[in-house]
Write a new protein. Sequence first.
Length: 479
Amino acid sequence: MRKRTLLTSAVMLASGLAPVAAGTAQGAAGTPGDINKDGYRDVVVSAPDATVAGRAKAGAVVIMYGTARGIDTTRRTVLTQNSTGIPGGAEAGDRFGASVVVHDLNADGYSDLVVGAPGEELHGDVGGGMVTVVWGSASGPVKGKTVADPWPNDHDAYGRTLAVGTYNSVNPVNDGKLSIAIGANDAGVTFMPANLSGQTNTSGTGTPFNPGHGIVALTALDLPNSDADRLIIHGRGDGDDGWGYDGRGDDPRAWLMTPGGQESSDLPAGTSSAVGDLNGNGSPDLVVGNPEDPAQSPGTSLGGRVTVYYDAAHGGSPSSVQTISQDTPGVPGGGEAGDRFGTSVAIGDTDKDGRADLVIGTPGEDGNTGAVTVVRGTAGLLDTAHARNWTQNSGGVPGGSERGDAFGSSVRLVDTNRDGYADLLVGGPGEDGGAGAVWSLRGSATSLTTAGAVSFTVAGAGLGAKAAAARLGAVVTGP
């Protein structure tokens, strides 16, 4: 992998993700996350290691459409780089779908897909990576266009991670309009106009992360009624971290970038994050998951933790801080090395009480069988005293827990049936020896319930009954 000199654009990152005014990319009527504009939010599930036409790890993306009954596994669209209208062609190692964002990019009311294929060979650059926009329509996503890489010689794995939003002051030409933030195997983030017009109007920002580890995650932070939003950038190591938890200098770090490229230096370490109003006071809260939470003695780690910064999504000081691990009273289980509590986090209102709830994925729990923990929101701190765990051995959850399933590697809360309750989608990419699977649990007045719970494997996702090692559920995303 080539090393990249940190980008020093004259206009540094003023990151932001927010609803924008009418006439811009959110101006058209439409339900966020509704790809075919039928009024229901849809869910996108990736199988980045799926074999396509005999080519291993070419990758596939599956759109599962929301209905009045929730996710309907019989209504789906499977996209690969061999699909009609999708640029490129399926090749071994492309890993199409390793990252996906769903957002209405062109203000037509149909949500679109931004898909990363970080292993793509492009113009002779092996592993250089590629990003594709696939436009939503009444018949689903059927036509795509490649997002240019302005610095192909500076990095590999372009499209490793993605986010979409209004990045004010990043690029004066695109100021106030949606842009795509693109991470790669270096320490910089690239920004491209979301409507793909004038793709030469680009900019980027450098970070203090170790470029040998790259940007590992990007999280959009929508601020209501604001055009000065935020972007959370997760990387590994920086100039001040010494050798990190394990002596390798790869400890996780998080930046909250604010307008003008300012950095919130007191963010907790972590590799995952989510934003939502957990206490119902109208101000978004920030959750950072750190599955590699360090113990006191060097070279060891606990089972992971999450940190909640209340009212701090604007980049200011939190009104309060709450730290949750499996050793927190009321939280099921106990912290053990390798649990990876906090690998994935999601926020949504599962019980329709006006306060969002937190779901935490623990894919390493109990020999990598995996689990998810649900902690409900209150007017104060999250209610850890009544936290609840779900596994494949929980009554009503389809399937059964097996070593290596990695249930909880990805989690997402989306109201797929338009009843006002957020439903939980859980990815277990290790299911069936790495073929992968996804589960859906409904929201209700008492939070999540197994009534009506469904799951689907590679066969149910349209990838074929023998799609071994596809890792379906490695990515689960939506609005």
